[in-house]
Design a protein around this ligand. Structure first.
Ligand SMILES: NC(=O)c1ccc[n+]([C@@H]2O[C@H](COP(=O)([O-])OP(=O)(O)OC[C@H]3O[C@@H](n4cnc5c(N)ncnc54)[C@H](O)[C@@H]3O)[C@@H](O)[C@H]2O)c1
Length: 378
């Protein structure tokens, strides 16, 4: 019989729904050894949403007070899927109660607060996971293998961009993602942080950064159809140069108004022996070039990802059958359940999340000071 893992969820929006369906898929795909998710209690500040989502998702209870979740004896993991501004307060309260926490990214709105959460989680010795799902992609696993095996030689560059055009239309109204106090940052925190998570996993720590940012659409309707306009406070675009501890350099950028780009997270890793490239819009492929090939054969080869790469084989028996974007979250949730149930190692702990948030804070600072800024070590 599998161990039950009782979930208390805080937030019932887009990601709340994604987490619920991922728990169910993870259990059916990975099997009972990872533990059986049980939906104990769902909280949302919106009473109607809490009630109707609890019924739809199969939670036993619902509430509008997160204290009911963190104080519940029926909850093993507090799963935080609220807008960014509330992660810190809820995660801290849950950790101090000795609860395990799985939080969506970012951990908080500041590097300092995320570092504090990582420290408390360590002191309390409880399970702590932050939802950087792209770290778990088979493509990321393969690129990490290419770097760590030395197949690409000494790494010189990590270049990347994460571009979407989801906010290109100026009639899209203001939402929490546009307000600094609620989101922390714009394209950087929302999209660029995923790029930073892949970079952190494959390349290790960034030492210093030099950034530029821009708000291209400074005003938006305060609500759909309104002629009253409000200020956009978070960046539409950010670009930065990075200096890595391992001696490599990076050029990274992110835009949420990138005309024509739908979900373009592109990575290029150049080493002295080879280069690997990846684009999330083709998430089952990595292109790789090896300088050691005879000059007559040199060129990028397209590797269709398959059971040799990361968790791909849990989903499909052969390459070419393809994983979907949602499968990333399923892989993540499977690792959450497995780590909680069986104590298996996991990458995306709160310290990992705090490293990303510290980078984000330093990049934002550099965009303001227009100078190189050092990333704090901790
Ligand atoms: N990992 C990823 O790929 C990914 C993708 C999208 C969003 N996210 C993250 O997930 C989080 C949620 O994003 P979303 O897109 O689901 O947002 P959303 O706006 O769709 O849903 C947020 C929900 O939280 C509720 N809420 C608001 N304030 C609350 C509070 N104080 N306490 C409890 N509930 C509250 C809202 O009523 C809403 O139901 C964000 O932190 C976001 O950065 C991660």
């Amino acid at each position: 019989m599998s161990k039950k893992v009782r979930i208390g969820m805080v937030g019932a929006g887009w990601m709340g729904r994604a987490h619920v369906s991922s728990y169910m898929s993870a259990y059916s795909i990975y099997g009972e050894k990872i533990g059986e998710p049980v939906f104990s209690i769902l909280m949302d500040v919106n009473e109607e949403s809490a009630k109707s989502s609890a019924e739809k998702f199969g939670f036993k209870k619902w509430t509008t007070d997160y204290n009911d979740v963190i104080n519940s004896d029926d909850v093993d993991i507090v799963d935080i899927v609220t807008p960014n501004a509330f992660h810190y307060e809820i995660a801290k309260a849950a950790l101090l109660k000795g609860k395990s926490v799985y939080s969506e990214k970012p951990l908080s709105l500041s590097g300092k607060q995320s570092q504090e959460l990582a420290k408390i989680a360590k002191e309390k010795n409880v399970f702590n996971y932050v939802g950087f799902n792209m770290v778990m992609m088979p493509a990321t696993a393969y690129m990490k293998h290419l770097v760590e095996s030395g197949k690409l030689g000494q790494i010189m560059r990590f270049d990347g961009r994460y571009d979407q055009d989801m906010l290109l239309d100026p009639s899209i109204p203001l939402a929490w993602r546009h307000i600094k106090k609620q989101a922390g940052s714009g394209a950087l925190g929302d999209l660029g942080s995923h790029l930073l998570s892949i970079s952190q996993y494959i390349m290790g720590d960034i030492e210093s950064v030099n950034a530029i940012s821009k708000i291209y659409i400074p005003k938006r309707p305060i609500k759909a159809g309104s002629t009253k306009m409000g200020n956009v406070e978070t960046e539409d675009y950010i670009a930065f140069t990075a200096s890595y501890k391992n001696g490599a350099t990076g050029q990274l950028s992110s835009s949420r108004v990138a005309t024509g780009r739908k979900n373009y997270l592109g990575v290029e890793i150049q080493g002295t022996l080879g280069t690997a490239t990846f684009n999330l819009e083709r998430l089952n492929e990595v292109n790789v070039y090896f300088h050691k090939d005879k000059s007559i054969d040199r060129g990028f080869r397209n590797v269709l990802l398959g059971p040799d790469h990361g968790d791909y084989g849990m989903f499909q028996p052969a390459s070419g059958i393809e994983l979907s974007y949602n499968d990333q979250k399923v892989i993540e949730v499977a690792h959450v359940l497995d780590a909680f149930t069986n104590g298996t190692d996991y990458v995306c702990n709160f310290k990992f999340g705090a490293k990303i948030d510290t980078c984000v804070a330093t990049i934002l600072k550099s965009a303001e000071t227009k100078q190189w800024e050092k990333v704090e070590e901790f």
